[in-house]
Design a protein around this ligand. Structure first.
Ligand SMILES: Nc1ncnc2c1ncn2[C@@H]1O[C@H](COP(=O)(O)OP(=O)(O)OP(=O)(O)O)[C@@H](O)[C@H]1O
Ligand SMILES: [Mg+2]
Length: 310
């Protein structure tokens, strides 16, 4: 649904974005991750038709992002910028109405859309508030409501959780997950990979203007971790279980974390993991929990970015 081909826009020789090839499937939530200054906003602005690329192409669905297609692109996408502008003296309702009118939504339908959009963004209670009186978190909610007022198929959200407290970040994630269930394709940027991992189907990691990796969180983790990391919790002695595990085919380094917990590296296939578990049980180990460890995403991210700098 969103695709770019060798998208480049340079600011001087080192800054900007260079040959970015994004691919966001329809209905997916795509997390666009990178440090400050990595090139997220630049890429997003090009996708929304707000900045011209120097070279390369971009498509939203089957519409190529070109100056003449901007009106079509604007109807198809909802763009939430990283910084929400300063507002005039308007109530939240008036602000929404203003945007609804800009999209030429007829007044009767506009009312319905405004109500729905505010509800989806958990901002209904602010309807009569003055825009200037809103806190940062409240403003983000209204900005999201504004972004979906014309019922766009694609949402492009630049740091939607930026500046929000932990609770508000969770709420924003939930709202975004809800929007996906309405069939929207969503690209959102962040500089925190672990935060995105819980709601994203795919992630793209950008550093110094280059897209270093793109895929599912599992695929990206697999790029740096060839071995599967296992976590095993036992009700019997962990040391005995670890020694037994160490003699199992495919098991590399094992580590006893505490009286009940072991981690182990495994170089075999996922399909043969059941044999590892069976071996433990057959040898009298009381296994309570046996699974792949959650990836340490911060670690994954730092490794990919570090490799990209070589
Ligand atoms: N108009 C501009 N003129 C000059 N340099 C620019 C311009 N816009 C962006 N850049 C540079 O391009 C690079 C990428 O900036 P961009 O805003 O895309 O980063 P970002 O990933 O969105 O960062 P952040 O997390 O801070 O929002 C930076 O080095 C930035 O200084
Ligand atoms: Mg930015």
């Amino acid at each position: 649904m969103i695709r770019t081909e060798n998208l480049s826009r340079k600011f001087g020789s080192e800054r900007g974005i260079f040959d970015v090839n994004l691919e966001v499937p329809e209905g997916a939530i795509y997390g666009f991750v990178g440090h400050n200054g990595a090139g997220k906003t630049t890429t997003i602005k090009i996708l929304c038709g707000l900045l011209k690329p120097e070279s390369g192409k971009a498509w939203i669905g089957d519409i190529e992002v070109t100056p003449s297609n901007i009106p079509k692109i604007k109807r198809k996408i909802g763009y939430m910028p990283d910084i929400t502008g300063v507002y005039e003296q308007m109530s939240v309702w008036e602000f929404m109405d203003f945007y609804g009118a800009a999209f030429k939504i007829p007044p009767a339908e506009r009312k319905k859309r405004i109500t729905e959009a505010l509800e989806l963004a958990n901002a209904s209670y602010m309807t009569d508030y003055q825009m200037t009186s809103l806190s940062r978190g409240m403003r983000q909610k209204v900005a999201l409501a504004k972004t979906i007022i014309h019922n766009p198929e694609v949402l492009i959200l630049d740091e939607p959780a930026g500046g929000l407290d932990p609770n508000a970040r969770i709420e924003m994630r939930q709202t975004i997950a809800n929007l996906r269930t309405l069939g929207k394709t969503i690209l959102l940027s962040s500089h925190i990979l672990p935060e995105l991992a819980s709601i994203c189907d795919r992630v793209g990691i950008i550093s110094k203007g280059k897209l270093l990796a793109q895929g599912t969180v599992k695929e990206i983790s697999g790029m740096i971790n060839e071995n599967i990391k296992l976590v095993v919790t036992v009700d019997s002695d962990a040391k005995t279980a670890a020694s037994l595990l160490a003699t199992t085919e495919g098991i590399g380094k094992t580590e006893v974390l505490d009286a009940n917990q072991i981690t182990a590296e495994y170089s075999g296939s996922r399909e043969s993991l059941s044999a590892v578990l069976r071996n433990l049980i057959m040898n009298g180990v009381a296994v309570r929990y046996f699974d792949e460890a959650e990836e340490d995403l911060e670690n994954v991210y730092m490794n990919i970015v570090k490799d990209g700098k070589k």
